[in-house]
Write a protein that binds this ligand. Sequence first.
Ligand code: ATP
Ligand code: MG
Length: 251
Amino acid sequence: MDPVVQLRKVSVRYGNSNGGLTAVADVDLSVMPGEVVSIVGKSGCGKTTLLKVIAGLVRPVSGEVLFNNKGVNGYSKGVGMLFQSPLLLPWRTVIKNILLPIEIINGDLESYLSRAYELIEKTGLKGYENSYPWELSGGMQQRVALCRALIHKPPLLLLDEPFSALDAITREEMWNLLQEVITYEKCTTILVTHDVREAVLLSDRVVVMGGKPGRIKSELMINFRRPRDLMVQYTKEFNDYVVMIKNLIGD
Ligand SMILES: Nc1ncnc2c1ncn2[C@@H]1O[C@H](COP(=O)(O)OP(=O)(O)OP(=O)(O)O)[C@@H](O)[C@H]1O
Ligand SMILES: [Mg+2]
């Protein structure tokens, strides 16, 4: 099996040659089909930059980025993205927000309608199809954003701190939901997070970044069976992973 995503010696620079900053340097990373990989590290170490490189939103100055064995050149339709803020359009209903990416690419809205309803059902939003974002809680808005990210059945889901603005209880609900959805959708997932517990609970592998410019410092496999119950957080093994990763970040 070939990796879905391959980064080879990827470096990214912002700014111009007179004054600029190397955000990430010499990053090698491969993500296998169906794998859930988290990227953790201190603020400013280049986590979001790496996601943008994978999505084709930022071009590296050197190195190679492959998505399904093809060089990434511009934004890829095979990617769904979810950010810290849901970024919904307030004048559009839930269903119309979810269908927005299809509208933008001039896709056949009718044929995606049943897909939209399937996602609404899966994410517990049934009954809110015609509500506006401002009528929903923060967690519900993020569920709508997740449906919008998945509407075109992307094989790769990129998540940038998607739950950090939510309260602790809602965040745990979203952890459960995300586990269900990525198992059902069978999508490969890369999650950027500040929350080490979130990384351990959700991931098959945690990648630790650090330094300026950002580099990958180490990787750790998380060997809990799936599906993972939230109660696994209270085991010794879980805490051992958390402490190990915190130490790796903190070095
Ligand atoms: N568009 C940009 N132009 C110039 N510099 C940028 C740009 N985007 C990011 N940077 C810089 O690149 C470095 C890496 O930024 P990045 O956003 O990837 O970090 P991060 O690890 O995601 O941080 P955080 O955890 O705070 O979100 C930082 O020093 C940041 O200031
Ligand atoms: Mg970031």
